[in-house]
Design a protein around this ligand. Structure first.
Ligand code: HEC
Length: 118
């Protein structure tokens, strides 16, 4: 996935085939959850540039999203979108999201194991 992330960030595309969560990561989920992970990883392609592959950020500037509570993620995205929470880098990312996008992205990141989980 590394080349996909690096080249993807440069080209703005997924460069190394299908962007998908790591197989060893998806193996522990139910088929329904795996489908959610698959859809979420597609929708989250643009987010990965800052928030990291699988929602784990490598830079302190960008919070990790993996494993955060779903309601917290959805609320933050709604607030960036409606302007009640503002950030120069993050607000423009949320502006174009639909309600369905927010629901999917929040469910996706909540499902991923956080940085402190094995
Ligand atoms: C250009 C870099 C960048 C991109 C791309 C980006 N974000 Fe962010 N995001 C940030 C930064 C920086 C913050 C911290 C902002 C703050 O402190 O309010 C943040 C914060 C967040 C938070 C709040 C986390 C919390 O609990 O405080 C969520 C949720 C989030 N981003 C989701 C997303 C999603 C979903 C996408 C893709 C649609 C995305 N971001 C794309 C930079 C980015």
């Amino acid at each position: 996935m590394r080349c996909g992330l690096l080249l993807g960030a440069v080209l703005g595309l997924a460069a190394c085939g299908k962007p998908a969560p790591e197989p060893e990561l998806t193996a522990r989920f139910t088929p329904e959850q795996q489908q959610l992970l698959q859809q979420g990883s597609l929708r989250a392609r643009s987010c990965a540039a800052c928030h990291g592959a699988n929602g784990i950020s490598r830079q302190a500037l960008y919070p990790s999203l993996a494993g955060l509570p779903e309601a917290q993620l959805a609320e933050a995205l709604q607030q960036y979108r409606d302007g009640s929470r503002k950030h120069a880098l993050m607000s423009p990312q949320a502006r174009g999201l639909t309600d369905d996008d927010i629901t999917l992205l929040a469910a996706y990141y909540a499902l991923l194991p956080g940085p402190s989980q094995p």
